[in-house]
Ligand binder design. Structure first.
Ligand code: PLP
Length: 402
């Protein structure tokens, strides 16, 4: 038995609130798509810190940027101008959402909170306040009170009631229900172009277009939560691009700074002037360290065309996974875009599959009891993708045979 791991488990159980169902492993080192645990075992990482380490672990350019910034200046607050924040904003706006402006936060939930506040203020300012927000059943937007209320899993609300008012949820890809729900009282439509925590469900392009049309018809804002699907993961910088739809406000977080906490919401045109001094702020958001890491991360994704790699390697991996349908008895389907993929099982065996693969040195995530998710670094090679798929297939076949 691994004594270091046992010691950590003892500390964790005594001193850390038990809010996570952790797997029995402690990683102590990472490089690229590889991780090493406290006993020295090597793993191929197909989870990437839940879609966070988009450039792989300890990417040298990001590490250099963090070290250089840490020895120069780490914090002054937004009372003053922050060099890496302004430069990051320029790269993000020019490279991903021309004509917008950014607000920097620290987490996905905070970015969504800010976007929702912007939507309310936009309507308030126009003289007819609106508070209704239409979202999707199964969606995930965070764990603060407002983003929990936006999250389309009403079963999770009861212990924290009352939730924030005004959120309505319709079924994924149900155009008629969406058209019914979005009306003159709707401040915003909030959706993930590919549902992440909900189980990796890409929205139909037609559904996204219908949402855009409903917003245009009623004056509601279209907020795209690209916290998980953004940063090139699905084959384009934003997943929404693939449907030809433009959002009014986009939120990003997870992969933004390759592991340093960082998030942003970006609003286009005049919407970027809605929030004014005193309306919104944060102590840590847009700080030197996070922005230095994010500046290098975003620049690397754009300069190296990593969204293209996610599209290419993702397509090969998807085809390989699809070859398991009909061949491995418990696999019923594969879904996703780029390097945001899930394999659906016919039973609640995802945790068992994840544990088996972990023992074989490949890390997957059980996004639901019956689905195995992949969110690897965008630098994943085809060879690594095939090796991961082989390990997954063996584990699935083993469970099917049990
Ligand atoms: C992870 C996630 C969030 C919440 O991000 P945190 O940084 O955990 O607050 C919000 N929306 C989506 C789509 C996410 O995947």
């Amino acid at each position: 038995m691994d004594e270091k791991l046992e010691h950590l488990q003892e500390l964790d159980s005594r001193f850390v609130m038990q809010t996570y169902k952790r797997l029995p492993v402690a990683f102590v080192r990472g490089q690229g798509t590889k991780l090493w645990d406290s006993a020295g075992n090597e793993y191929l990482d197909m989870v990437g810190g839940l879609g966070v380490t988009v450039l792989g672990h300890c990417h040298p350019a990001v590490t250099d940027a963090i070290c250089a910034q840490a020895s120069r200046l780490i914090h002054t607050t937004n009372l003053y101008y922050v060099e890496p924040q302004a430069e990051l904003a320029e790269i993000l706006v020019e490279g991903t959402f021309p004509g917008s402006r950014c607000f920097f936060a620290n987490s996905g939930a905070e970015a969504n909170e800010g976007a929702l506040k912007l939507a309310r203020k936009y309507h308030f300012r126009s003289g007819s306040p609106r508070s209704k927000v239409v979202g999707l059943l199964g969606a995930f937007h965070g764990r603060t009170l407002a983003t929990l209320s936006a999250t389309g899993q009403p079963a999770k609300w009861a212990p924290f009631a009352p939730v924030v008012e005004g959120f309505e949820h319709v079924a994924v890809n149900d155009v008629e229900a969406l058209r019914q729900a979005v009306d003159g009282d709707t401040a915003a439509v909030l959706m993930e172009p590919v549902l992440g925590e909900g189980g990796v469900y890409p929205l139909d392009s037609g559904f996204l277009r219908a949402a855009r049309e409903a917003c245009d018809a009623t004056g509601a804002l279209f907020i795209a939560d690209e916290v998980q699907s953004g940063m090139g993961r699905t084959g384009t910088f934003f997943a929404l691009e693939q449907s030809g739809v433009t959002a009014d406000v986009v939120t990003i977080a997870k992969g933004l700074a390759n592991g340093v906490p960082a998030a942003a919401f970006m609003a286009r045109g005049e919407l970027s002037e809605v929030l004014e001094p005193g309306d919104h702020g944060t102590t840590f958001g847009g700080g030197f360290l996070a922005c230095a890491a994010a500046r290098t991360t975003v620049k690397t994704i754009l300069d190296e065309g990593l969204a293209g790699n996610a599209a290419a390697v993702g397509a090969t991996l998807m085809a390989r996974l699809e070859s398991m349908v009909g061949k491995v008895p418990i696999v019923t389907g594969v879904r996703g875009r780029g390097l945001m993929l899930a394999v659906q099982l016919d039973r609640d065996a995802a945790r068992d599959v994840v544990v088996k693969c972990l023992e074989q040195g490949v890390i997957f995530n059980d996004v639901s009891p019956s689905a195995v998710r992949m969110l690897p670094a965008l630098i994943l090679t085809e060879e690594e993708a095939m090796a991961a798929a082989d390990t997954l297939e063996q584990a699935l076949a083993g469970i099917a045979g049990d």
